[in-house]
Design a protein around this ligand. Structure first.
Ligand code: DAH
Length: 348
């Protein structure tokens, strides 16, 4: 019996000397102390022994069991500490290393210009509204005093979707009609509508089959052209600086009377004459005018009682002027390297 005990002790000590990690240690536990382990085996023939012998075997195996358990526990604590230290060392973070640079997105310059106009007009009590891009001929043209067959339609080469009735809106002006109809004769109406518009144009540096406009409309009592001038003046100053001057030139739109083209003083040459303003000292930025009595009437407002003004900016044109972009296709090619140059400009 004692011989067996000694053999197990010896083989255990040899095995223990080779253990280098907790997995090996667990295997060893199973080998010696497990249900089918070597110590259990010591007591496997108890039934065949006398009481005296049993006592002896019990004592010896318990002694061995305690001894092995103590050795295993001691080594276990040692290995656990070692493994923890190794883990900590391998996961150490070097906080002095420079961080990986994550590219940060920035607002699109077109969006920024639109937001500037929105912000200003909202502060003046305007609502920002939306309208459908797939529009009815009725709103895009007829309500705006442009009947079927009228030559004014030719200026806007329209994408028709279904017969002559459903189209991709060629301007944001239909939102004027929709807003007035919704207003059901109530006043004042103060709205702006930035949105996408579509025309059958060939794309080049100044044309795009899809572009954005910012429409504005105000309807109330005693509104005059000077109210339009004051509003336009405020927008121009907000976008192009306090020393920006403005002027109106007579123009023609079917849905406004009188109609004007609105100009800003050239911010490059300050009126001296340069290539941007084609030596005129002025740059045209929108169409505008007093809402035509027929349009007011079509939309449920008595022109004898109410008057209003409207304007329509080309959003890309504003952004091109403000950021010195000379090709409208820039906005739709989504080249991040080019777009990011405007972040830098803004943060300078
Ligand atoms: N809708 C016109 C266009 O696309 C622009 C415009 C002119 C809008 C005069 C207006 C306006 O509201 O009053 O050419």
């Amino acid at each position: 019996m004692l011989e067996k005990q000694e053999m197990i002790r010896k083989s255990f000590n040899e095995d223990l000397a080779n253990v280098t990690n907790t997995n090996m240690l667990n295997d060893l536990k199973v080998k010696y102390l497990g249900k089918k382990g070597l110590i259990t085996e010591l007591t496997s023939n108890m039934k065949e022994l006398s009481i005296e012998e049993r006592k002896e075997v019990g004592r010896v195996s318990n002694e061995l069991k305690n001894e092995l358990t103590n050795s295993l526990n001691a080594l276990e604590s040692e290995l656990k500490l070692k493994e923890l230290n190794e883990k900590l060392a391998s996961e150490k973070i070097d906080i002095s290393l420079p961080a990986t640079k994550v590219p940060v997105g920035a607002p699109n310059v077109l969006e920024k210009v639109i937001e500037e106009v929105e912000e200003l007009l909202m502060s003046m009590g305007y609502d920002v509204v939306d309208g459908p891009e797939i529009e009815e001929d009725k709103f895009n043209f007829e309500m705006l005093n442009i009947p079927k067959g009228h030559p004014a339609r030719d200026a806007q080469d329209t994408f028709y979707i279904q017969d002559e009735e459903i189209l991709l809106r060629s301007q944001t002006s239909p939102v004027q009609a929709r807003t007035m109809l919704k207003g059901e004769g109530k006043t004042p109406i103060r709205m702006i509508c930035p949105g996408k518009t579509y025309r059958r144009d060939d794309d080049d540096a100044t044309h795009s089959h899809q572009f954005m406009q910012i429409e504005g409309l105000l309807v109330d009592k005693n509104i005059s052209l000077s109210d339009l001038k004051g509003t336009f003046d405020a927008i121009a100053k907000k976008l192009f600086g306090e020393d920006c001057k403005t002027r109106f030139r007579p123009s023609y739109y079917q849905f406004t009377e009188p109609s004007v083209e609105t100009d800003i003083s050239c911010f490059v040459c300050k009126g001296e004459g340069c290539s941007l303003c084609k030596n005129t000292g002025w740059i045209t930025v929108s169409g505008a005018g007093m809402v035509h009595p027929n349009v007011l009437r079509n939309c449920g407002y008595d022109p004898n009682e109410w008057s209003g003004f409207a304007f329509g900016f080309g959003a890309e044109r504003l952004a091109m002027l403000k950021y010195g972009i000379n090709d409208i296709r820039f906005f739709y090619q989504t080249d991040l390297r080019e777009l990011s140059t405007f972040d830098r400009k803004d943060s300078e």
